[in-house]
Design a protein around this ligand. Structure first.
Ligand code: DX5
Ligand code: ZN
Length: 217
């Protein structure tokens, strides 16, 4: 099966965002929205006005990755803006993750839990059955254009094995430094959604870069 590719608009040209979204509509599976607050991560990206603008043009589902403290405050807002998938980092939340996942689902979105590279993959296991997808960061959340951490492949494989053992088919998403060189390894380890910022937007032909990630060799 073909992988789903979620280009991160963090690497898009914000002065030409509409053009970039239309390009993604035609070639990608999801639009990855990196929302950063400058507190949970040492960077500020964009917020809901931008998500709203994207929602007006996007014809493919929006995948919001919240890198903000207290992400549970924004569940309703994401749902109202038409976000399809919403993920958050457990350590950023004040509320219990299980309750937040349930709230995301109750608001009609797919609920995802994210782990940074320094968090053991086993931390996700209690949420199997409670999350609709899992996001494994292959760089530390905060910036686009960082180098892929190879150890992430082992985490994907370990999560996939546990999901299979428990008869759960929740997709595994991988985010950070993903490119045509590591995509096949990630697929073979069990990933089914690849986030890609710079490897798509810095490519000469972004649509072709997406296609290479969907069917890596
Ligand atoms: C990092 C973000 C990523 C990032 C990916 O905090 O979560 O989604 O934009 O960008 P690349 O593919 O350039 O690593
Ligand atoms: Zn992201």
């Amino acid at each position: 099966m073909q992988l789903q590719v979620a280009p991160s608009i963090l690497s898009a040209d914000f002065a030409e965002l509409g053009k970039d979204i239309r390009m993604l509509n035609a070639c990608a599976d999801l639009i990855h929205l990196d929302i950063m607050d400058g507190t949970f991560v040492p960077n500020i990206s964009f917020g809901f006005p931008v998500v709203e603008a994207v929602s007006k043009i996007a014809t493919i589902p929006m995948d919001a990755h919240l890198m903000v403290v207290h992400p549970e405050r924004w569940v309703k807002r994401c749902a109202e803006l038409g976000v399809s998938m919403m993920s958050f980092h457990q350590e950023a939340a004040l509320e219990d993750s299980e309750a937040i996942l349930a709230d995301i689902r109750a608001n009609g979105m797919k609920a995802g839990l994210v782990i940074n590279p320094d968090i053991p993959v086993e931390r996700l296991f209690p949420y199997i059955g409670k999350a609709d997808f899992f996001l494994i960061m292959s760089v530390f959340a905060g910036f686009g254009g960082q180098k892929f951490i190879p150890e992430s492949v082992r985490k994907v494989a370990a999560l996939k094995a546990e999901l299979e053992r428990r008869g759960n088919d929740a997709p595994i998403e991988v985010d950070g430094g993903v490119n045509a060189e590591n995509a096949a390894l990630l697929r073979d380890a069990g990933a089914s959604i690849l986030v890609a910022g710079s490897s798509v937007f810095k490519a000469e032909n972004p649509a072709e870069a997406v296609s290479l990630l969907q069917n890596p060799r």
